[in-house]
Design a protein around this ligand. Structure first.
Ligand code: GLV
Ligand code: MN
Ligand code: MN
Length: 424
């Protein structure tokens, strides 16, 4: 156990308990009562960001909200201005989310810094904790917006992306209180950072099945997202005979089953339609249009791209047979991100020093590391989650596992060595 101390607010609570209480508190900042939905640049995102900023300050960090809406806290090393180890994760959520995806990595990193500060410990490098504003792609048809900004790879055109109400990222940033023209200033210089290390819930069942509280990530899967648009002919539900219909929604339904079939038939490929919309969407109208999202992932770009090509062929063939058209437009693409082997080894060593077998495993889920790898080496530590369930309000971890993960993180930081020799 990390000894209770002032960093745990004089309450005698363990670090794991503090983190769990904070995650419960963050979960209340939501667009809907009783359900957790916190989209990028929403008012609840702002409330959560301010709370996180206050926790960072309480932990001894200088903290600010940057031009992309990230909360960034800095804990100086043995002298001011040293290169920084970046820690963090995201505080946006999917719709009807669990409490732990993303937020755990942010709150746990703040707690690790609080303990170093309590121990009056300065490391041979600075630590920066980043609460990224947008990882999920749940509001705008782009993802990793804010980690791309930090990595310096955000395409300025991304700011024109619109949400379903027609609000652009640029407008939403202004409403949030950020200056979109300051976006370029968010990018970090390579020489100012050592690495990016993220704690995250596993979102899968492996650690639980093997009775392990934590595991070290080796790589993050390659992903691509599309918007599918099917166009048929709208008509009267009472008068157009079944044989003469060009029903876009019925065609899209068949396409969704084809997506599932391709995903099932290819080893390690996963393919998902997560949202569908009928146009015009009325009880007595044969749908003239349908729109759906498509998310395809694989352990490598080759597996992913072969899957996408297969899906495209199936969709075209269904559209031809039903006399409708289908268009897939690309909204997001990331290659697989390989965690730096030397960071994997150092995280595994910290796990082992804490008496736990150092299980290494890949991540099927996407993470901010997908963007951060363009800036610096990345590493990740997974924490076991109940039933492997995620993107679901039933997401759960234990305060004991949270405690172990924070202990491993602190231990990793204390032993961290750049591959070149010195930490800075
Ligand atoms: C983010 O959680 C993703 O993997 O889509
Ligand atoms: Mn996440
Ligand atoms: Mn997620």
């Amino acid at each position: 156990m990390i000894a209770p101390n002032d960093a745990t607010h004089g309450s005698g609570r363990t670090a794991g308990q503090v983190v769990m209480a904070r995650l419960d508190e963050l979960a209340r900042f939501s667009a809907e009562p009783g359900v957790l939905t916190r989209l990028y640049l929403s008012t609840e995102h702002k409330t959560a960001a301010l709370r996180v900023q206050a926790w960072m300050q309480e932990a001894g960090m200088d903290a600010e909200i940057d031009a992309a809406g990230n909360v960034v806290g800095r804990y100086e090393g043995q002298r001011p201005g040293l290169p920084a180890m970046l820690l963090g994760s995201h505080i946006d959520t999917v719709r009807n989310a669990g409490k732990y995806d993303g937020c755990f990595g942010v709150v746990a990193a703040i707690e690790a810094v609080a303990h170093l500060r309590q121990a009056r410990e300065r490391l041979p490098f600075a630590i920066e904790v980043i609460a990224f504003g947008e990882e999920e792609g749940a509001r705008f048809p782009v993802a990793l917006t804010t980690s791309r900004a930090v990595a310096g790879t955000l395409d300025a055109a991304a700011l024109d992306a619109l949400d379903t109400d027609g609000v652009s990222i640029r407008e939403a940033l202004q409403q949030f209180g950020c200056n979109p023209s300051g976006m370029a200033s968010v990018a970090r210089r390579r020489s100012d950072v050592l690495a990016y290390v993220e704690l995250h819930i596993e979102q899968g069942p492996v650690l639980e099945a093997e009775d392990l509280p934590v595991g070290v990530v080796t790589a993050i899967a390659a992903a691509a997202r599309f918007m599918g648009e099917v166009t048929g002919i709208a008509g009267h539900a009472g008068t157009v005979p079944m044989a003469l219909r060009r029903d876009a929604l019925a065609a899209a339904a068949e396409m969704i089953l084809a997506v599932e079939r391709v995903g099932r038939s290819t080893e390690h490929l996963v393919a998902t339609v997560g949202r569908i919309e009928a146009i015009p969407g009325a009880v007595n109208v044969v749908p003239g249009g349908a729109r759906f999202t498509l998310d395809v992932r694989g352990p490598s770009e080759a597996v992913r791209d072969a899957g996408v090509a297969h899906i495209e062929r199936e969709l075209k063939s269904i559209a031809g047979r039903r006399d409708v058209s289908v268009q897939l437009s690309h909204s997001y693409e990331e290659p697989a991100a390989i965690c730096a082997p030397w960071l994997v080894d150092q995280l595994a060593a910290a796990v082992e020093r804490n008496g736990i077998a150092p299980r290494r495993l890949p991540s099927g889920a996407g993470h901010d590391g997908l963007a951060m790898i363009s800036l610096c080496p990345i590493g990740m530590l997974f924490v076991r989650c109940a039933g492997g369930i995620s993107h679901n309000p039933a997401e759960a971890i234990t305060s004991e596992d949270a405690e172990i993960a924070i202990r491993v993180l602190i231990d990793f930081l204390r032993h961290f060595a750049s591959p070149g020799g010195s930490a800075d």
